[in-house]
Design a protein around this ligand. Structure first.
Ligand code: BES
Ligand code: ZN
Ligand code: ZN
Length: 498
């Protein structure tokens, strides 16, 4: 992991191979860099006057300093119109800066604060940099030519420790996101449920958390019928992974539940072959939950959080569960399986019911790549929220507005429950095509009782796929979408320990 630090700017003294300066559109005065060498400054001003570089968002231009000043070269980076500049644009621009620095093959660079200093700006710039630096090259021969960025300095006009702290926190969060990406990107042959379980155990020992892995035979006796049913078809046994972070004494915990289907073939209701490889990302909800626990533990947040990750591989085989099977779930309800590809709700339902019964949480949030219907409804850049508590859903959405992780809520009207009524059991596991993302949530709502709960369907956003917009800080593959929003939510809930 590269080092990202914040430093009070002394541009005339900062030894750096590359100084990145953000320029707003059509702002010729270029006031932010009076400390530059006069001839370099004149050159830049002429470039701007002549409109060779206009500061359009995402554009960039290199200026060589020819030994005039402590920096080898300067990269002017377009920030668009100042009035329209948001934290998310700062995140994207900072990510762009990294991509350019990578192209230029520099090991180290410095970047000037883009606009007026505030906490949001420092957070966004740090995140943009750390997230764009991510790459997944575990399975590639090392390229002897490539140079890795190892050190980035954000130059700001303050030496207040407050901003150091913000950058440090943002660094922890970005590290957690990159951790989730590393897990999500693992190929299914190297990431059976047992692998996620061992990752959880190492996290627990590294960060001083409690961990428990429930094995299949225990799940059978505990009555976790949904997880057992889906897990039956694979030689890689299912695991129920539980991580507990205690940062607030005996306060009621937040319960986070994440779907981790390490590979979703659809089971007996087999999926078509096209893009089936992408179903390795069906574990991303669970990977995000593990990463979230890592984040809150590394930040030592004063909250209690329990993470539950039901993990299975959904395979077709002679031992697989079948359409027509009726499964008894942890809370006693029976489910008629009409499509084995609707497996996510089967395992989440048990994890939710078990988690709520065991921990009486203050609030419950689940993350899952649950339905293709969520992508049909909102596209591949917006996650669907469905819940039973408006206050909680609104809070998540408010946080999402700050983090740039787009989320929108779908309504859970009573009528949707009709669609999952079953002739032979309490409910069935599919509700037909209309409103598929909502009927999936309606199914889950049968297992949360009256606990305040919100479900986040990240089918479209958990990895870069058909329809994903380019974002400098989201390299191809797993995105870790949702982690930053939920860390923000938990940070706001933080209360000092008694
Ligand atoms: N993991 C899939 C959902 C999914 C599909 C996520 C495509 C991302 C991209 C889930 O297990 C699934 O297969 N759901 C079915 C449900 C249907 C059978 C009711 C779906 O969405 O088609
Ligand atoms: Zn499926
Ligand atoms: Zn699935």
């Amino acid at each position: 992991m590269a080092q990202i630090k914040v430093e009070k700017a002394k541009i005339d003294q900062k030894q750096t191979s590359l100084l990145i300066i953000g320029v707003f559109e059509n702002e010729q005065n270029f006031s932010q860099s009076k400390e530059l060498d006069p001839s370099v400054l004149t050159y830049i001003k002429e470039t701007l006057d002549d409109k060779d570089f206009r500061g359009n968002f995402g554009s960039s231009m290199i200026v060589y300093t020819l030994g005039k000043g402590p920096m080898k070269k300067i990269l002017l980076l377009g920030l668009g119109k100042r009035k329209q500049f948001t934290d998310e644009m700062a995140r994207i621009a900072a990510g762009k800066a990294v991509l350019r620095a990578k192209e230029l093959g520099t090991k180290e660079f410095s970047i000037l604060q883009f606009s007026n200093l505030d906490e949001g700006l420092v957070e966004a710039m740090t995140e943009g940099i750390a997230l764009a630096l991510y790459s997944f090259d575990k399975y590639k021969a090392p390229d002897p030519e490539s140079v890795k960025v190892e050190e980035v300095t954000i130059l700001i006009n303050s030496d207040s420790p407050r901003f150091q702290m913000i950058a440090e926190k943002a660094g922890h969060v970005a590290e957690a996101v990159n951790f989730a990406r590393d897990l999500g990107n693992l190929p299914p042959n190297d990431c059976p449920p047992a692998h996620l379980a061992s990752v959880a155990l190492s996290l627990a020992s590294e960060y001083g958390m409690k961990a428990r892995v429930v094995e299949r035979y225990e799940m059978e006796t505990m009555g976790l019928g949904g997880i057992v049913a889906v897990g039956k078809g694979s030689n890689n046994p299912p695991k129920l992974i539980i991580l507990e972070y205690n940062g607030a004494g005996d306060a009621k915990p937040y319960l986070l539940v994440g779907k981790a289907v390490t590979f979703d073939t659809g089971g007996i209701s087999l999926k078509p072959g096209d893009k089936m490889d992408e179903m390795k990302f069906d574990k991303c909800g669970g990977c995000n939950v593990l990463a979230l626990l890592r984040a809150v533990a590394s930040m030592k947040l004063a909250v209690n959080v329990v993470g539950i990750v039901p993990s299975v591989e959904n395979m077709p085989s002679s031992t697989a569960y079948r359409p027509g099977d009726i499964v008894k779930m942890y809370n006693g309800k029976t489910v008629e399986v009409l499509n084995t590809d609707a497996e996510g709700r089967m395992i989440l339902a048990d994890a939710l019911a078990y988690g709520i019964a065991t921990y009486s949480p203050k609030a419950v949030i689940d993350m899952a790549t649950l339905t293709g219907a969520a992508i049909i409804a909102l596209g591949a850049n917006v996650a669907a929220l469905v819940g039973n508590n408006k206050q909680l859903t609104d809070r998540v959405r408010r946080m999402a507005e700050k983090t740039g992780e787009r989320m929108w809520d779908l309504p859970l009207y009573d009528e949707f429950h009709e669609q999952i009524k079953s002739t032979h059991a309490d409910i069935k596991n599919i509700g037909g095509r209309p409103g598929g993302a909502i009927t999936a949530a309606a199914f889950l709502s049968n297992f949360v009782g009256s606990a305040p709960w919100v479900h986040m369907d990240i089918a479209g956003t958990a990895w870069t796929q058909d329809g994903t917009y380019e974002r400098s800080y989201n390299p191809k593959g797993a995105t870790g979408f949702g982690i930053r929003t939920l860390v923000k939510q938990l940070s706001e809930e933080e209360k000092p320990p008694a």
